[in-house]
Ligand binder design. Structure first.
Ligand code: GLA
Length: 573
């Protein structure tokens, strides 16, 4: 029986030890001093699945979607980039300026390439990239793993290579890949009676019948009294393969492969065709109500002089396999494109941070690390407390899947938007930092500049978004997402291990009433998510007030409704 595609991808991920392993009682990195009782391992670049060298800490930037939806333009993006730079956000670590949906024209060019909207981005994207780069920032772009984007504009399914090459040529450094209008690979395969190889002028070279093919797994031969020849079935859902050999041609080149199938069923069929174990082709057969029962599918394939083999199978046993493979494909094309472009131009490669956005539908936390740098775990956020909370609840459980180079993405920030209060804004930002979430701003950051273009330093929202100590928790080099240490359903206590033997502890009051809560450090010692050594005293620093105090064991807090308190805790030297 064949090994599942996803199973092998998951095994590969497991083999890299991507989930950050905690080594009780060992000293594994110089940064972790000998006195540490527990040392959390720093993940190195070579252990990262997608391994494009970026997002070793969660990416930080801004996206147009939450505030501007389909009303974006070059002018706006340049204003945003200026605001990012001059408000202090860039210095605080925000670097990506991301165009979300609606940057593109509904028309591709004569070479099938994306074109930016003619009226809102009249210069195209490349000059915009240059301008944004000149400000020390990076430009991000958006498409969908479908036939259209969510706003019904051209998208990249089936155009992966050309779109990746276009983005690389433009100098794009962040790419969000949505899931609207997705077309999953069918899990059913066509039944094959025989194959015919011919030249493009119609001259037949050879025919190989089903009975001569080598079958593996559950593939089998079925005879049907209405037809002279039998056919192969059992190629669906990754359970069987059929390999045709005895295909001899006189010279290397392109040939026509005709596949005689038995039409069946009110569903689409798909097979992967692999010629000589290397060249891959996609074969589709439509859902059918045809009057005749045998049909012909044709592909142009490359054959080599002498003996050739052609293998048919369907590697997809579920929608999850299909989605994962489509996302993996785009990721591979992006890496290939940036490398090729850099080689061609003799310039330094600009890797693209690859953001998978399929809303958690196909459990991307199981395969995302192999496919890209971050993966949305939920449906879209909106600017109200209920939404922030619902998303937090889904994402907080997925801690073990996140790590350097591959992050759970609970969606872009709504800090400063909608009817969120300042306590709610602080809490939203804090729990995103605790969850090592990508920090992609979703508000209109132009408001952080006054009429002279200077930063409004007393703006409460700006103060939240540039809280360097909170950002340091998000960006900590261990790259471990917090664990929920305990909850009484109203207050969650989150703990995040930090490099250099520290932890961050966040008390999160989720509901509309005040609450008291406490935690004992002794209770935490030895937990896999606690990176503190045993000590007589601990120093606690409140990351919102800057207050510092010492404790022997318990730390207790009183919390306003919908609020947090976040502490950085270290052993007292
Ligand atoms: C989806 C995504 C959003 C945004 C929109 C754009 O809903 O989840 O984040 O990109 O599409 O149309």
């Amino acid at each position: 029986m064949l090994k599942g595609f996803i199973k092998s991808a998951a095994a590969a991920v497991a083999a890299t030890g991507i989930t950050v392993a905690l080594k009780n009682g060992t000293v594994s990195a110089p940064a972790v001093a000998a006195r540490a009782a527990n040392a959390v391992k720093v993940t190195t670049k070579s252990e990262v699945g997608y391994d494009n060298g970026v997002a070793l800490t969660p990416p930080m930037g801004w996206s147009s979607w939450n505030t501007f939806r389909n009303h974006i333009s070059e002018e706006l993006i340049l204003q945003i980039a200026t605001a990012m730079k001059n408000s202090g956000l860039a210095d605080a670590g925000y670097q990506y300026v991301n165009l979300d949906d609606c940057w593109q024209s509904s028309k591709r060019d004569e070479n099938g390439r994306f074109i930016a909207d003619y009226t809102t981005f009249p210069r195209g994207i490349k000059p915009l990239v240059d301008d944004v780069n000149a400000m020390g920032l990076k430009l991000g772009i958006y498409s969908s793993n479908g036939t259209y984007t969510c706003e019904d504009l051209p998208a990249s399914l089936g155009h992966e290579a050309v779109d990746a090459a276009t983005f690389a040529e433009w100098g794009i450094e962040y790419f969000k890949y949505d899931f609207c209008h997705n077309k999953p690979f069918p899990t059913s395969a066509p039944n094959i009676e025989r194959i015919i190889i011919s030249k493009a002028d119609g001259t037949d070279i050879c025919t190989v019948f089903a009975a001569e093919a080598k079958l593996e797994g559950h593939a089998r031969i079925v005879s049907d009294s209405r037809h002279p020849a039998s056919y192969i079935t059992g190629l669906s859902g990754n359970i069987g393969t059929a390999t045709f050999s005895g295909i001899n041609v006189e010279e290397d080149g392109e040939y026509i492969l005709s596949i005689i199938i038995r039409k069946r069923g009110n569903f689409e069929k798909y097979a992967k065709v692999i010629v000589n174990k290397t060249n891959e082709y996609d074969l589709y057969a439509p859902s059918t109500k045809a009057a005749t029962s045998d049909g012909k599918l044709q592909l142009t394939v490359n054959l080599k002089q002498g003996e050739n083999t052609i293998k048919f199978f369907n590697p997809y046993s579920s929608r999850m396999d299909a989605a994962a493979s489509q996302y993996i494909k785009m990721g591979e094309e992006l890496k290939k494109a940036t490398k090729e472009f850099a080689e061609r131009m003799g310039t330094e490669e600009k890797p693209i941070c690859y953001s998978i956005c399929e809303w958690g539908f196909n459990r991307p936390w199981h395969w995302g690390k192999q496919a890209g740098n971050l993966w949305r775990t939920t449906l879209d956020i909106s600017a109200n407390w209920k939404s922030v909370l619902a998303i937090y609840e889904q994402n907080v459980r997925l801690a073990k899947y996140a790590g350097p180079g591959g992050w759970n993405d609970p969606d872009m920030l709504e800090v400063g938007n909608g009817d969120l209060t300042m306590n709610e804004n602080r809490a939203h930002f804090s729990v995103w930092c605790m969850m090592a979430a990508p920090l992609i701003l979703g508000n209109d950051i132009r408001r952080f500049l006054d009429e002279n273009g200077n930063a409004r330093k007393d703006d409460e929202v700006l103060k939240i978004l540039t809280n360097k100590e909170l950002i340091a928790i998000d960006q900590d080099e261990l790259g471990v997402q917090c664990r929920r240490h305990k909850t009484n359903l109203q207050v969650d206590v989150l703990v995040k291990p930090l490099a250099n033997n520290g932890i961050a502890v966040c008390f999160f009051n989720k509901f509309g009433e005040e609450a008291d809560e406490s935690v004992s450090i002794k209770e935490l010692l030895g937990k896999e998510y606690c990176n503190l050594p045993e000590a007589d005293e601990y120093v606690c620093r409140d990351l919102w007030t800057g207050e510092e105090f010492e404790i022997e064991d318990e730390i207790g807090v009183s919390l306003e409704p919908h609020s947090v308190k976040v502490f950085r805790i270290k052993a007292d030297d």
